[in-house]
Design a protein around this ligand. Structure first.
Ligand code: HPA
Ligand code: ZN
Length: 322
């Protein structure tokens, strides 16, 4: 069956990573920026591996130069999400790509993103919330202004703080200041961990940064005791199977640990991460889960409920979306 119109809740989506290649090409043309090196012959994003992906991602972001560009980007991304049945979404936003961590610039970018989200909610019926992410490979000193931006703009729309980027750079504890500042400001927390790093990285992330959710977290599968702890603590995993398979963070779909983790009692959710980069959509994620593990309507309804329970929004919003 096609799962396209089945309502979906998505928790892990990088806003810039959702940019359709044609959108980035269009902006490049408008601004006379040569980005030909980042696209394949067939027009998609082209890169070799995760580190190269991060470079191509950053190159694509160079055409996003002001709040108006982010307004258009947000609408373009939400149109795609809504077309695949997403009714509630959370997106990672990076002050590093929105004014470089300058608070007054960030306020303008955020206002534009929020205006687009409001418009999409009215016209497409999709609700969006924002999570500021610091970028790990830029280091802890750069994470501080990102956390300050997040803390100063926490509100109805901006509800979370997290960390993305190169997971193997530095240690989680290096970023404790940023996570503490965000927590003290009342933001909810998530952190990429266990996509490339092993159980040690997950354990350190949990003990030093104390997020309620982990981005990916799939490598917990290699440590039984840690799986038990994740279950006990009620930690939620933002699993992105299509991304993992495409980038080689896991084996093929049949080897992906999401089903085993779910059956062991881990709270798993499903997201696309950076859909055009990984040639996926929420519909395709559901289709592959059905094809690989035989998941059906009940399984997907349970996934949605887990995601909504773990969503960084208030009870009123959850009720409206459910
Ligand atoms: N992983 C880590 N960092 C990122 C990603 C991702 O998929 N996309 C953008 N930054
Ligand atoms: Zn991610």
């Amino acid at each position: 069956m096609s799962w396209q119109s089945f309502p979906k809740v998505e928790l892990h989506l990088h806003l810039e990573g959702g940019a359709p290649p044609a959108f980035i090409r269009g902006l490049a043309r408008e601004k006379n920026i040569d980005l030909s090196g980042i696209f394949s012959d067939t027009g998609g994003y082209a890169y070799r591996d995760f580190d190269h992906f991060l470079k191509i991602y950053e190159a694509a972001c160079t055409v996003l130069q002001g709040p108006e560009d982010f307004y258009r980007l947000t609408l373009a991304v939400l149109e795609q999400s809504a077309a695949h049945g997403v009714v509630y979404s959370e997106t990672f936003l990076s002050p590093d790509f929105c004014g470089g961590g300058d608070l007054s610039a960030w306020r303008e970018y955020l206002a534009a993103i929020e205006a687009a989200a409001d418009e999409a909610e009215a016209t497409l019926g999709i609700t969006l919330r924002g999570i500021v992410t610091c970028i790990r490979h830029l280091g802890p000193d750069q994470a501080r202004p990102a956390a300050r931006c997040a803390a100063e703009t926490r509100g109805r729309f901006l509800t979370g703080f997290g960390m993305a980027g190169g997971e193997m750079v530095g240690r989680p504890g290096d970023f404790a200041w940023a996570f503490d500042a965000a927590r003290e400001a009342g933001l909810e927390l998530t952190c990429h961990a266990g996509e490339w790093g092993g159980p040690d990285m997950i354990a350190e992330t949990v003990s030093h940064l104390a997020p309620s959710r982990l981005g990916h977290g799939i490598n917990v599968i290699h440590d039984d005791a840690l799986v038990d702890k994740v279950v006990e603590d009620g930690l939620v995993l933002e699993v992105c199977p299509g991304s993992n398979v495409f980038l080689g963070a896991s084996g093929d779909w049949a080897d992906h640990p999401i089903a085993v983790l779910r059956d062991r009692g881990v709270k798993v959710t499903v997201s696309t991460d950076d859909p055009p980069f990984f040639h996926t959509t929420m519909t395709r994620e559901f289709e592959m889960l059905e094809r690989t593990f035989g998941w059906g309507e009940e399984d997907f309804a349970a996934l949605n409920q887990t995601a909504l329970d773990a969503a960084f929004c208030d009870a009123e919003t959850k009720e409206k979306v459910a």
